[in-house]
Design a protein around this ligand. Structure first.
Ligand code: CA
Length: 223
């Protein structure tokens, strides 16, 4: 999952970005409304977390502008404004969810998962199907019924491929799911993660599509 975080409080922004990354979520952090709107226009985010009191362009104006331009990215408002009228206004302008500060990071993560499920049309919380099942709520993976431990980037990569099972996912799209803007990406790291996944599961699980990207093929379809 890739999340856009818009928060002008440096301590809070840094804290949220860290907790997102620990949860295998690629997080890009911006601190003003104009930059946020530009990033939403550029696209590529599964969910955006939006503060309301922001420099240059306030959060409500960002929501209004994004929706008037038919930008469909799910928007979660994260703010200290806790009046009912504030919540109603933000939701009616096009926000999808609203969480008041102070908040518990575990609730923020659960709401992000819920928004991502709803937006991608998933009903179940488990991603995949037998023999490969992945649970984003606790980062657990089961392969033919056995648990497999994965570092967070391998988990994020496997999830991105599994959500598009049988389809080709471009290298760019995968990089986006794995790394935030300011995270160091060495040239072959995507290949290295793919290599590790093939070793832990099955060499045939992930196919390389030369010059394009990768495709995850579950064994039942591999004939
Ligand atoms: Ca603020």
């Amino acid at each position: 999952m890739r999340v856009l975080l818009v928060e002008d409080d440096p301590l809070l922004g840094e804290g949220i970005q860290t907790s997102l990354r620990l949860a295998a979520i690629a997080a890009d952090w911006l601190q003003d409304g104009v930059a946020a709107l530009a990033a939403l226009r550029a696209g590529g985010f599964d969910v955006a977390i939006l503060d309301l009191g922001l420099p240059r362009l306030d959060g409500l104006s960002v929501i209004r502008a994004a929706r008037s331009e038919s930008i469909s990215t799910p928007l979660l408002v994260l703010t200290a404004r806790d009046r009912v009228s504030d919540r109603v206004q933000a939701l009616d302008l096009g926000a999808d969810d609203y969480l008041c500060k102070p908040f518990d990071p575990s609730e923020l993560l659960a709401r992000l998962r819920a928004l991502h499920r709803r937006h991608s049309g998933q009903v179940q919380t488990i991603v995949g199907r037998e023999p490969l099942l992945l649970d984003p709520t606790n980062f657990s993976v089961r392969w033919h019924g056995r648990p497999v431990d994965l570092p967070r980037r391998e988990f994020a990569l496997l999830r991105a491929l599994l959500e598009q099972e049988g389809r080709i996912v471009s290298r760019d799209a995968l990089q986006q799911k794995l790394y935030g803007w300011d995270e160091d990406v060495t040239g072959n790291s995507l290949e290295v993660h793919v290599h590790h996944l093939r070793r832990k599961f099955d060499p045939a699980l992930i196919r390389t599509v030369r010059g394009v990207g990768y495709s995850l093929i579950l064994p039942a379809d591999a004939a």
